[in-house]
Design a protein around this ligand. Structure first.
Ligand SMILES: Cc1cc2nc3c(=O)[nH]c(=O)nc-3n(C[C@H](O)[C@H](O)[C@H](O)COP(=O)(O)O)c2cc1C
Length: 303
């Protein structure tokens, strides 16, 4: 029996289910090309704003004992217009553009700037936990989420994904607001607000004090969110958070994800990690007798 890695996230078709998460290496078309040729099903850009942002001063990222990172990069990015020009030559790489902003018009302006670029979806960052007036502060306001999603949906026929995280409003209310306004898919989750303190200086380590926790420590929480969203809503889900092996990827699919994103695991081994996970998923499918990813989505919820 032939097994295939092809998967659909609603209207988005991917050859392979493992994507690059936003903010990780996502700054040049050359890197996107290499990642795609190395097994990524799609690449998500760094979150882009209407203007270039510098981000925070160093230190912006800190590796924690036992694995994982706390980062407060501050969403430094070249701005949507510059990035749109940079990806204009793109022919075949499936690129998802991540957007960050405070008001609906920020997002619709940026979508307009990408109208001549080859983009397979937009991912709205409603969940960055360490920059004021954007990200989680937007995601924590379901009424604002409704307005943003409706505005973006009215501005483009390209599928739109909402990336949610754990803020002060229950994240399922954000998911629900996005679905009410016609969102095509949900990415769950972003980093989780966290802090690290230097015992010698007795001060927080990151210049911004708070940052977002990513990597292995957040995997069970991200998995729980995917399971909860897929139990409550009929919406395609992209799982993200602490995935580093094919077993992790399968867990997210069994919890209800149609595809997954990886970030923190991409270190020195980034060239290999996509294909390692793809190969493991394929071998698992053959061993268990599945021909399509679709047959495995949400199986863990069966009673
Ligand atoms: C250094 C760094 C920068 C990130 N930048 C962004 C970003 O610009 N936009 C976004 O939506 N998520 C961003 N993230 C969050 C990741 O996309 C992902 O949701 C999170 O790291 C959990 O996945 P992981 O455990 O596989 O890293 C960033 C994460 C890291 C570690």
């Amino acid at each position: 029996m032939e097994s295939s890695l092809v998967t659909s996230i609603g209207k988005i078709q991917l050859e392979r289910p493992v994507m690059l998460a936003s903010g990780i290496l996502g700054i040049s078309l050359d890197v996107f090309n290499r990642l795609y040729r190395s097994g990524a099903g799609a690449v998500v850009s760094k979150s882009l704003s209407t203007e270039p942002w510098d981000g925070y001063p160093n230190p912006t990222i800190f590796g924690i004992n036992g694995g994982g990172w706390i980062n407060a990069v501050g969403l430094s990015n070249p701005g949507a217009p510059n990035f749109a020009k940079m990806i204009e030559p793109n022919k075949d790489v499936p690129i998802i553009i991540s957007l960050v902003g405070s008001i609906p018009e920020d997002f619709s302006t940026m979508v307009e700037q990408f109208k001549n670029s080859k983009v397979i979806a937009y991912e709205l960052n409603l969940s960055c936990p360490h920059v004021a007036k954007v990200g989680l502060e937007v995601g924590d306001d379901p009424e604002l989420v409704k307005k943003i999603v409706s505005t973006v949906k009215n501005s483009t026929n390209v599928p739109v994904i909402a990336k949610v995280g754990l803020g002060t409003t229950h994240y399922l209310n954000t998911v629900s607001a996005a679905i009410d306004s016609g969102i095509d898919a949900i990415t769950a989750i972003n980093t989780i607000r966290a802090i690290a303190i230097d015992v010698e200086t007795q001060r927080p380590i990151l210049s911004n004090k708070f940052g977002g926790l990513s990597g292995t420590p957040i995997k069970p929480i991200a998995l729980r969110c995917v399971y909860e969203i897929s139990s409550k809503y009929d919406i395609p889900i992209i799982g993200c958070g602490g995935i580093s092996t094919w077993e992790d990827a399968i867990e997210f699919i069994l919890a209800g994800a149609s595809a997954i994103q990886i970030g923190s695991v991409i270190g020195d081994n980034w060239i290999h990690v996509f294909n390692d996970i793809n190969k493991g998923i394929l071998q698992y499918m053959k061993r268990k007798g599945y021909s399509k990813i679709d047959e495995m989505i949400g199986l863990a919820k069966k009673s």
